[in-house]
Design a protein around this ligand. Structure first.
Ligand code: FAD
Length: 452
């Protein structure tokens, strides 16, 4: 479609929306978490107006243009060669004192929703990074440090307003359009455009097992050379619903051999936390910290992970078990990557250990991986495009290594951590579910319009 024709869309929009045709190739100025796979669109519409969103998707349908939606800007899937619907600035978060729910708009970020809830003595199921978009996190299923207590994010989802690719505005909830709700909760990222979500909140102190709205937070560092001890600990560790454990395999800023850094949230008092973590303390970390952190500051330790710009990807794989072979392979993959050049030093592998006992009791939505308690996520991070190939190899090598230690043979991928080239059954658990999702999207929604 010629640019002059796209310009005709501008005249169909209200004055509250901004219509822009990018003056040059789309790169750094997008302020995305990553510049990897950024595609220059024909136009960007920045809006806070449902009726304009309806106009955009209808226009795109009629002119056979693709649309991609941008919320928090933390994925590689928010640009296309058609129209970008940029909803980043539409970030109202409203607390309802009547029923203790929160409604948020599509640009609302994780940290802001936590702050609004925390300000009322409540908490929400959210992710680990304050700058991730809350809507998309919920659309994918939603993992996070409170998952062991509250289940998946979709278990807290009450309703959503959804604009389909034909421009229809639906209220979607277990009561209203329940079949659409089922797909939206877990496979919702290409279903349409969500303009609002309503979620549950929970009493803060009761959920965190405390009286002062704080969480016990510890970090412990080990040289990666102690793989066997770390793996041995992980294979016998039994975490209860009060513990969320993250393990980062990273190169120190000054260079040198990689390190394992555990960060742990414990929901309870310090004595119980230290008892639960005794196995790790007994391994004598080379560095450790322990402190109580207010709920609303709970994610601050991972602030760096949300930094925008440069090239990064997240391509996670779900695991039932990690063993020494798996960890060794991950360390080797990181060492090989680092030896490729001087620009890859911020790359890492993140392992998340989030007990899904509570999540397994729920069957909300189509999210298929409630049996998976461990996620392994390689994150290559660099600024020079010539490192793309090494970065891709790193992602493949880490996934392969992680599977070496696993007891489950098939590849399991969470849509929030997808690379984009997975088989449908890897994302959706089975061919049957994948077909059902595809069928729903094709029958009710024009998937060729809402892309990615
Ligand atoms: C640093 C980092 C930390 C992360 N931590 C977690 C975590 O703790 N838990 C977890 O579950 N996931 C986590 N993720 C994954 C994250 O949830 C997904 O990448 C998510 O898609 C990012 O959403 P966004 O709005 O920030 O990104 P965007 O790139 O803006 O959006 C991603 C995609 O979601 C869809 N989308 C966004 N908004 C809408 C909307 N309003 N309507 C319809 N579709 C929409 C679009 O398809 C879009 O392309 C993390 C990702 C990063 C980069």
């Amino acid at each position: 479609m010629a640019i002059a024709d796209v310009t005709s869309l501008k005249h169909l929009l209200s004055h509250s929306s901004t219509f822009t045709i990018p003056a040059r190739a789309f790169t750094e100025d997008y302020n995305n978490w990553t510049n990897y796979a950024l595609t220059t669109p024909k136009a960007v519409v920045k809006t806070t107006n449902e009726s304009d969103i309806q106009t955009v998707v209808k226009f795109a349908s009629e002119h056979n243009l693709r649309v991609s939606v941008r919320g928090g800007g933390h994925s590689v899937f928010n640009s296309c060669d058609g129209i970008i619907l940029d909803l980043a600035g539409w970030d109202e978060v409203v607390y309802d004192d009547g029923d203790n729910t929160i409604r948020f708009r599509p640009g609302a970020l994780n940290g802001k929703v936590m702050e609004v809830a925390g300000g009322r003595g409540r908490c929400v199921m959210s992710g680990t990074c304050n700058t991730v978009g809350m809507t998309s996190l919920y659309l994918g299923g939603g993992l996070g440090p409170l998952a062991p207590k509250l289940g998946m994010a979709i278990d807290s989802l009450l309703s959503a307003r959804l604009i389909t690719a034909s421009g229809e505005l639906l209220t979607v909830s277990p009561e209203s359009n329940p079949e659409v709700f089922h797909i939206l909760a877990g496979a919702g990222q290409t279903l349409g455009v969500v303009t609002e979500m309503q979620i549950k909140t929970y009493p803060l102190n009761e959920t965190l097992n405390t009286t002062d709205e704080t969480v016990f937070f510890a970090s412990m560092t080990f040289p990666a050379s102690r793989i066997a001890e770390v793996a041995n600990f992980l294979s016998s560790a039994k975490w209860d619903e009060n513990t969320a454990v993250y393990l980062l395999l990273v190169s120190p800023p000054e260079g040198g051999a990689p390190l394992f850094i555990f960060t742990v949230n414990y929901y309870g008092n310090d004595e119980d936390a230290k008892r639960v973590l005794k196995g790790l303390y007994d391994l004598k970390p080379i560095a450790e910290t322990a402190k109580r952190v207010p709920y609303v500051r709970m994610n601050d330790h991972s602030e760096g992970s949300g930094e925008r710009g440069e090239f990064k990807r997240m391509t996670g794989v779900g695991l039932k078990r990690v063993n020494v072979e798996g960890l060794k392979g991950m360390v080797e993959a990181l060492e090989n990557l680092l030896s490729a050049g001087g620009d890859l030093g911020k790359s890492c592998v993140l392992l998340e250990f989030l007990g899904m006992g509570v999540a397994r009791k729920s069957s909300v939505g189509v999210y298929p991986h409630r049996d998976i308690d461990i996620w392994c996520i390689p994150v290559p991070w660099y600024s020079l495009p010539e490192n793309h190939a090494s970065a891709e190899k790193f992602c493949r090598d880490v996934r392969k290594a992680a599977k070496r230690g696993d007891v489950r043979e098939d590849m399991v991928v969470y849509s929030g951590f997808r690379a984009g080239d997975e088989k449908p059954e890897e994302l959706w658990g089975s061919k049957e579910t994948a077909d059902k999702i595809a069928e729903m999207k094709a029958s009710q929604f024009d998937v060729s319009v809402i892309t990615n």
